[in-house]
Write a protein that binds this ligand. Structure first.
Ligand code: 13P
Ligand code: SF4
Length: 355
């Protein structure tokens, strides 16, 4: 889906655009906070007051006193910001059609159906854990059923907490983050069960499971391949491999490290000059690392550069249009989670923020 903005915002030269954005930011001053995810391109990030991974940006939204938060990220991130911010704060996204393939892998109807089956087939206590890359409805479901949200930077802590609260975990929508984290916690693969949407799981399989995974995945991170990791290791002696945990089990198993976008940045920044890296995450972030660390060699875990097209829907032109409209008092592209859903989702998010 595409979100069209007036032609004059597209045909503008970058210098004029930058001057206009700076002037609006100055005028709105403390009442405006622009947040940007690491997958945004530099032309957008340079105007953001804060950049970060999903967790850091959720915390920024929860802690700011600004009345308006403009989120340069994807829709679930803006929803999360709306849920954790105060009622009198307003959240906007410069392109409301910027979704997330992974978040769309599970909807509330599917999850409720599976939950009904699981809870009918076992007497053990199941705790739902939802990856932050999910709709507000899934977060609300999780809050209502005593579970919590996690991000890629705190998934292990969240799973540990959920296992203290119950006997089994139902993890959605990302099977890879769920599996990779469970394996890190020494849960045997045989006790990690994938819910098959056609056949479900047998009573025996449910009894054996310590964690039950929804079958979602990110279409960007699934592009990285373990064969390519082998190729890099054979080609570049001493190469270190770091992958985002949305990558497949095989890729993460062959990596030296896994981590959130921020953890990837921090690790590469802290490494000595001359280090060779293979990185499994999105194009804009890896390109930025390549540009900022010319003293290190940085390669993708693939022979092309997988890009998140949803993140790329937000351009500097969209940002200018958004800010211009806000400065005129036109509250376009507001992201508002309905009250009851927000209250339940907030429970699950607050449990995460307390970890
Ligand atoms: P991070 O929380 O690591 O920033 O990841 C968000 C995301 O969407 C990765 O694809
Ligand atoms: Fe969603 Fe994947 Fe894009 Fe991250 S990279 S926002 S998980 S589609």
């Amino acid at each position: 889906m595409a979100y069209f903005i007036p032609k004059e915002y597209i045909d503008i030269d970058f210098k004029t655009l930058a001057d206009k954005i700076s002037a609006i930011k100055k005028r709105l001053n403390n009442n405006l906070l622009i947040l940007g995810h690491h997958y945004q391109k530099d032309e957008v990030l340079q105007f953001c007051d804060k950049r970060g991974d999903s967790f850091a940006l959720a915390k920024e939204a929860a802690g700011t006193s600004a009345g308006m938060i403009v989120f340069c990220g994807v829709h679930f991130m803006a929803e999360t910001a709306d849920i954790v911010s105060r009622d009198d704060q307003k959240v906007f996204i410069p392109d409301p059609t910027a979704g997330c393939f992974l978040a769309d892998c599970a909807n509330i109807q599917d999850i409720e159906k599976v939950w009904a089956k699981l809870t009918a087939l076992t007497d053990t206590k199941i705790i739902p854990v939802t990856y932050v890359n999910s709709s507000a409805h899934l977060k609300a479901f999780t809050g209502k059923h005593g579970g919590l949200v996690c991000t890629s930077s705190n998934a292990e802590k969240a799973l540990k907490k959920a296992r203290q609260w119950g006997d089994k975990v139902f993890f959605f929508p990302d099977q890879h983050l769920g599996r990779n984290t469970a394996v890190k916690m020494d849960i045997p693969l045989a006790r990690i069960k994938l819910w098959d949407p056609k056949q479900g799981l047998s009573i025996q399989e449910i009894e054996e499971a310590e964690i039950i995974l929804w079958n979602g995945y990110c279409n960007v991170h699934q592009e990285f391949s373990s064969n390519y990791v082998d190729y890099l290791r054979n080609t570049y002696e001493g190469i270190k491999i770091i992958a985002h945990p949305e990558c497949s089990y095989n890729v993460c198993q062959k990596s030296d490290f896994t981590g959130s976008t921020k953890e990837i940045i921090d690790m590469i920044e802290a490494s000595p000059s001359g280090t060779i890296w293979g990185v499994g995450t999105e194009k804009h972030l890896v390109n930025r690392l390549q540009k900022e660390h010319k003293d290190k060699e940085i390669y993708f875990l693939q022979d092309y550069e997988p890009q998140c097209i949803s993140m790329s829907q937000i351009t500097e032109n969209h940002l200018l249009y958004q800010l211009d409209q806000l400065s005129l008092g036109h509250e376009i592209n507001r992201v508002m989670v309905e009250k009851e859903t927000a209250a339940d989702a907030k429970l699950a998010l607050e449990r995460m923020l307390k970890l």
